[in-house]
Design a protein around this ligand. Structure first.
Ligand code: F6P
Length: 475
């Protein structure tokens, strides 16, 4: 008898295809999801369905990609430039992303993009269905780009186990209500048996939206949908703790961290790492750093802000504008406060390999993570996991999902320039003993609730829910 099959689905595959000089390169992702689910999708019979990150130019490229990815248990969903524009840039990142991050004024509603989002979700469903899942299989769908997919799969497979995980926040129902197609979106998600979020607030917002918009009554944390109980629950995602802690302990990384520190002449090294995104609070962080230099002139030449911004979604207008704004803000601070021997900000718009990130985490006295809204935020957890043997202080936004777990970080309101400035001052002056005690508490949490634990408890619960549903049907 065939064993149970697990199908993972996300917008992007954990391997990205790139065309360089007419040759295709297959680049594995270092991302948290890829690591966490590695042990699952790489098992024989299981697969991961998603977009391979490029548009093939001809059938040959498509066939080669399909073949190469199949060796890795990956199944590509090919998208055209028009589909990417309407589904990814247009609907996912110009409607869902801003609304779910409470930026109502950034949303651009067009019926055409909504239609493309629907079509692409159907395209994903067709690929999932081609894998001929049976009723004993399980499908785990990830994130807001695929909100319609759970129901599309359910229609073909009424009894299959479907999980949906939303990695970004779910806003209060009155904010969610702004989207003209909100009812269709929730109905799509409710095709799943288990709908999961990083925080309790997000799960409650989702449940409230189901009640207020669709009139579904809530029983504890579950809803009754078409004769099925659907559960909305909280599973905060972790990272691969062992990987970051082992990298940080390795000689090569420690040497590189020393080199970085020497280069910056042992000044207090403040680290900031984000994908380019207006939800990350990058401008406010720069303003707070400027305010620190202004209010505490004695710190000039004694601190460096190392800011890495990883290119992202730069075909979406709001992201291009943000990039220009960051360029201007960094230029302004460096030109006003910089002197020959010292530039206050070292700014990079680039993506670095994980080894370099690890060296930066080891080198950093302070890690400044101040998103205006963030589903979870894994940078802060990577910093903590890199700090088993070196000191450091984490400053964390209270509006990041991770703030619910990392209670020993210095927590700030990311909109308050004054709070971030004062937190920086406190972090820079924090006695070693206090740094160690606080970091130790955070390390224990990040170590215990790692990404493998997250995957395990999610699947355990999904199986449990299927059992509960069967018992309910039998009654
Ligand atoms: O965490 C949210 C998320 O949108 C993920 O779905 C995605 O993998 C990541 O951010 C990067 O975004 P993008 O795929 O748009 O580059």
């Amino acid at each position: 008898m065939r064993n149970k099959k697990t199908v993972i689905v996300s917008n992007r595959l954990p391997v990205r295809v790139e065309r360089r000089n007419d040759e295709l390169h297959f680049i594995p992702s270092e991302g948290g999801l890829a690591t966490g689910l590695g042990s699952i999708y790489q098992q024989e019979g299981n697969i991961w369905v998603g977009w391979p990150g490029f548009v093939p130019e001809n059938e040959y490229e498509e066939a080669i990609t399909r073949e190469k990815l199949a060796e890795l248990n990956l199944v590509p969903v090919f998208l055209t430039e028009d589909e990417l524009q309407g589904y990814y840039e247009g609907f996912s990142n110009e409607v869902l992303w801003p609304i779910f991050h409470y930026r109502l004024s950034y949303a651009v509603y067009t019926t055409e993009n909504w239609h493309t989002y629907q079509e692409v979700n159907r395209k994903f469903a067709a690929v999932v269905n081609q894998q001929s899942p049976s009723e004993k299989d399980e499908v785990w769908i990830h994130d807001y780009q695929l909100m319609l997919l759970p129901q599309l799969v359910r229609e073909q497979h009424p009894d299959i186990a479907i999980g949906y995980f939303q990695h970004i926040p779910f806003p209060p129902d009155e904010v969610f209500r702004s989207i003209p197609w909100r009812d269709e979106l929730i109905k799509g998600v409710l095709g799943a048996d288990l709908v999961a979020f990083h925080t309790y607030n997000d799960s409650q917002h989702f449940l409230n939206a189901c009640t207020h918009l669709l009139g579904l009554p809530i029983q504890n944390n579950s809803l009754h949908v078409d004769g099925r109980s659907v559960y909305a629950e909280v599973y905060p995602m972790g990272i691969d703790f062992e990987k970051f802690s082992a990298l940080a302990a390795s000689e090569a990384i420690r040497d590189r961290a020393k080199e970085i520190r020497n280069y910056y002449k042992d000044r207090k090294f403040i680290l900031s790492i984000d994908r380019l995104d207006y939800s990350k609070g990058i401008i406010e962080r720069l303003q707070a750093f400027e305010s620190l230099l202004k209010e505490y002139p004695e710190l000039r030449e004694k601190v460096v802000l190392y800011m890495l911004v990883v290119p992202s979604r730069d075909t979406v207008p709001q992201y291009r504008l943000l990039r220009d704004e960051i360029d201007r803000a960094v230029g302004h601070i460096n030109s006003i406060y910089g002197v020959n021997e010292w530039q206050p900000i070292a700014y990079y718009y680039n993506s670095f390999p994980v080894e370099e990130l690890s060296a930066l985490y080891v080198a950093a006295d302070v890690c400044l993570v101040t998103p205006i809204r963030d589903g979870m935020n894994l940078v802060c957890k990577e910093y903590v996991a890199s700090k088993e043997h070196t000191d450091g202080v984490l400053i964390l936004s209270e509006l990041a999902g991770a703030s619910k777990e990392l209670l020993e970080a210095i927590q700030v309101n990311p909109n308050s320039i004054d709070q971030i400035r004062e937190a920086l001052k406190t972090a820079i002056e924090m006695p070693m003993q206090e740094q160690r005690e606080r970091m130790q508490d955070s390390i224990e949490i990040v170590k215990k609730f790692n990404v493998r634990h997250w995957v395990k408890i999610f699947f355990n619960r999904l199986h449990e829910i299927k059992t509960i549903q069967k018992q309910e049907m039998a009654r």
